[in-house]
Design a protein around this ligand. Structure first.
Ligand SMILES: Cc1ncc(C[n+]2csc(CCOP(=O)(O)OP(=O)(O)O)c2C)c(N)n1
Ligand SMILES: [Mg+2]
Length: 332
């Protein structure tokens, strides 16, 4: 099958792309699940915001944006983006364990991942904080006439911060090479969008009215997400303009931590069941059953399991940073 690359949303998809996207979703799922499982062993002490359920948003990075000319910034829920971008699993686990072999030297933890070697510039605990920084990255690229673009991931809660609107405005005026990705999981901690934003608001439609091209993707279908990312990439690279992408998705676990918190009942059971029934992995397995057969999936699982075992064991054996460097490269 051929992929028609262009500014059309009607693209054919190859078996290779389906397999690559599925593999990356599965890989992120298995890694996040292992973090969740091992968290109670007290080897990881920093807070973790896991992306189980939301993996398909990050998966296209591994196919479309691996090159270092594409620079990624993220927020507090960043493991998936780091992994999708080609971040090293051993360095991620080391970082969460606070080891010197971590991507941020063991001093950042889960919410402060930095790995310039793969074009992952930063993640931050302050909601919306990375949005203006990403515009700065894009502006710098434009001034220096560098190839590539900036991608910034944030949640539906981040668009409630003033800096989001300032940055969208600035990026339109300056024609910045940037993709804004709003990962809409409907919740900011325990609060549903209903109590935070006007009823029936469609975020991408509201943002489009500011004057930026906006695209929505159904988060249930990872291949649609991939197609929308490809469209966004072509749009920015050919038109030299910014674009906004809203993807609806759902987190399975608690806002922060390794467990589920369904007992708190802030999310209707019907809603949780709907998303889990339409899990991104099951969706792809059903839709592309000829490509994603049992043998292939088992091979993938074995490969991923080996990678996870090696990385976790090596991270556990690694050393903590020396106290003499405790004041270096720290910002507050
Ligand atoms: C400026 C700021 N306000 C509040 C918080 C506390 N806080 C941390 S995560 C979060 C929820 C953000 O929701 P969203 O942006 O939708 O991301 P999600 O957790 O759903 O991925 C909040 C309010 C913070 N870290 N920074
Ligand atoms: Mg959210």
């Amino acid at each position: 099958m051929v992929i028609i690359i262009g500014l059309s949303l009607k693209m054919k998809i190859s078996a290779k792309i389906v397999s690559q996207i599925y593999y990356q979703i599965l890989r992120i799922r298995e890694i996040e699940s292992r973090i969740s499982k091992e968290y109670t062993e007290w080897k990881m002490r920093c807070p973790v915001h896991l992306s189980i359920g939301q993996e398909s948003v990050a998966a296209p990075l591994s196919v479309l944006f691996k090159n270092k000319k594409y620079e990624v910034l993220s927020g507090h829920r960043a493991h998936a983006h780091y992994l999708g971008k080609g971040g090293n699993l051993f360095k991620l686990i080391s970082e969460i364990m606070g080891k010197s072999t971590g991507c941020s030297g063991g001093r950042g933890g889960s919410m402060h991942l930095i790995d310039k070697d793969v074009g992952f510039l930063l993640s931050t605990a302050i909601v919306a904080n990375s949005i203006p920084v990403a515009a700065g990255v894009a502006l710098s690229k434009k001034i220096k006439k560098e190839k590539g673009l900036a991608l910034v991931f944030f949640g539906d809660g981040a668009i409630e911060e003033g800096v989001f609107y300032e940055t969208i405005n600035f990026s339109i005026i300056k024609n910045l090479p940037i993709i804004f990705i709003c990962e809409n999981n409907k919740y900011s901690v325990y609060s549903n969008l209903d109590v935070r934003q006007p009823k029936n608001r469609k975020i991408h439609k509201m943002v489009e009215k500011i004057g930026i091209k906006s695209v929505f993707s159904n988060g249930l279908n990872a291949i649609e997400i991939y197609q929308k990312f490809l469209y966004a990439k072509n749009y920015v690279e050919r038109k030299n303009k910014p674009i906004f992408l809203e993807i609806n998705t759902y987190r399975y676990l608690e806002h922060c931590g390794p467990f589920d918190d369904d007992n708190l009942k802030y999310r209707p059971k019907k809603e949780i069941d709907f998303w889990k029934k339409n899990d991104p992995l099951t969706f792809l397995e059903k839709k592309y059953d000829k490509i994603l057969n049992k043998k292939k999936i088992n091979n993938y699982k074995n490969k991923i399991s080996n990678e996870i075992n090696l990385s976790f064991n090596k991270a556990k054996r690694s050393k903590y940073p020396k106290s003499s460097i405790k004041d270096k490269e720290i910002y507050a």
